[in-house]
Design a protein around this ligand. Sequence first.
Ligand SMILES: *Cc1c(COP(=O)(O)O)cnc(C)c1O
Length: 398
Amino acid sequence: MNPKAFGPIPPEFRDLAALPWLDEPTPAYVYDFAIVAARIARLRAALPDAVAVHYAIKANPLPALLKAIAPLVDGLDVASAGEMDRALDVMAAKAISFAGPGKRDAEIELAIRAGVTINVESESEAQRALAIGGLIEMRPRLAVRVNPDFELRGSGMKMGGRASPFGVEAQHVAGLVKRLILGGAEWRGLHIFAGSQSLDTQAVIETQAATVALAARIAEEAHRAPPLVNLGGGFGIPYFPGDTPLDVEAIGAALGEEIGKLRTSYAIELGRWLVGEAGVYLARVVDRKQSQGETFLVVDGGLNHHLAATGNFGTVVRRNYPVAVAHRLQDPAEEVVTIVGPLCTPLDRLADRVALPTTRVGDVIAIFASGAYGASASPAAFLGHPPARELLVGADHA
Ligand SMILES: *Cc1c(COP(=O)(O)O)cnc(C)c1O
């Protein structure tokens, strides 16, 4: 049987056998903070000094990770009151922004009381924030999320250029900004997020240029420079065969040219690119079985822990994440196996017909590129298995 390819193993893990946490009880996620710290350092070196780096915590909200990352970034972006709580534990309120549709009144009130910036997603949400601010006699800090009139090309999840629950139509933003200021809010700027998981360097460069141009246009219409322009993010990481990494140095150099066109403060907000490659999901082989000439490895966790690796979180065609037998990374492939989780659904497929060294029951399978949208983006309650443990290592050296 012809094996299917799997994605590239991040270079930091090519010597996996030497890593001490391989013998941790499974199922587990392990996040190596040294890799996160290295990503942040590389990004800072690539970006113009005027561009702040924010972490969008929904990619991985593990409290230990937030504590380690907070001193290395300039801000945290959250998308619920629950995330806001976690962010406030590690970061000053003025460096936290709260985006996302459907903010409840109670969430808005908590944000205003804490001094967190609310990125308003609609006219009516803006009006509610002003009203709640009036009621509790506190001045809300409000930024306007813009639904851009373009999208990030090559993006896994498109979030611009179309009808959207996110943000206010670009042509209505300047008017809203004026009303917010008249209504007594502290206007914190613009938030423009055009897509996620792009590996197309040129597309990211063009999107950032279009974002700066759009912010400049809105500033002109509103007769005010935004205090901060949050350029969004959308930087992808390699997951699948043939994926190649983004050239962040080229992106940073191009952004340096663009930001001169509107003089203000900038931020980019990244989730996946900062943490995705730092995480490994470990699951242990519980059973091996043959069925009609195919070999199945059944492991002790699946889509209940790692929905994305099974292809059920925003991918159109199911492809294989980078995978290895944890203790035999250097060994040659000897058999073609399909790796499934313990759930009673055919969706629970972690790797489809991959060529690996021969495994025995008790061996550990590692799935790489699992640091973002893993544990917290999976239906952990489905079928009632225990959750995956989550372990942060390497934070003491950061
Ligand atoms: C999800 C999200 C992010 C992070 O996206 P990544 O693709 O993980 O970098 C950033 N900003 C907003 C508004 C988001 O919703």
